[in-house]
Design a protein around this ligand. Structure first.
Ligand code: 5GP
Length: 194
């Protein structure tokens, strides 16, 4: 059995990664397992420990960094998020393709760490910057200053698409989901044992 691949879905904040991820994970033929991240962010209503995240204290997160337990980690709006290595490698050894839905800084760390043949890297792009701006404004309850900071960050993040193997425009959810499913199945065919 071949080891599984690491699938990274990243893109600027607010582009809709979470919605797409949930849909793609439902496609059983892709043999996907979701990588559950560690975070210092407080648990939200409807979230479950060990299903949505491993919710930890800042001290425990720092320990995970010090002991090299994380493949990557990043700070996002005041909280830390990281991908536990043991868990990802265990799933890959079971032949599963491990799905990481992570922000841009963390994705860059994974891209630099692994051979590109082990990775499927997908950058999710908004149809336009105006579209991204209205999404960010719609879902945030923040001050104009914070919104502008996020938009600034998103603009810088949008230029990073060049480092990814695939760029998918999130114009219509169904279409973008189909395109990503197609990309993953094609790469799975190439990853078959010879
Ligand atoms: P949320 O707090 O809304 O669940 O996630 C905030 C952001 O953190 C999202 O962009 C999500 O993709 C990203 N994220 C979730 N887990 C990880 C992780 O393990 N590493 C990194 N770098 N980003 C993550």
């Amino acid at each position: 059995m071949k080891r599984g691949l690491i699938v990274i879905l990243s893109g600027p904040s607010g582009v809709g990664k979470g919605t797409l991820r949930k849909r793609i994970m439902e496609e059983s033929s892709l043999c996907l397992a979701y990588s559950i991240s560690m975070t210092t962010r407080p648990m939200r209503i409807h979230e479950e420990e060990g299903k949505d995240y491993f919710f930890v204290s800042p001290e425990r997160f720092q320990q995970a960094i010090n002991q090299n337990e994380l493949i990557e980690w990043a700070e996002f709006v005041g909280n830390r998020y990281g991908t536990p290595q043991v868990y990802v490698e265990k799933l890959r050894n079971e032949g599963k393709n491990v799905f990481l839905e992570i922000e841009i800084d963390g994705a860059s760390q994974v891209i630099n760490k692994y051979a590109s043949s082990d990775l499927i890297t997908i950058f999710l792009m908004p149809p336009s910057f105006d579209d991204l701006e209205s999404r960010i404004r719609k879902r945030q309850t923040e001050t104009e200053e914070v919104i502008l900071q996020r938009l600034n960050k998103a603009q810088r993040e949008m230029s990073l698409y060049k480092h990814y193997q695939y760029v998918v425009v999130n114009d219509k959810i169904d279409r973008a989901v189909d395109e990503i499913i197609h990309i993953i199945s094609q790469r799975m065919t190439l990853n078959q044992p010879s």
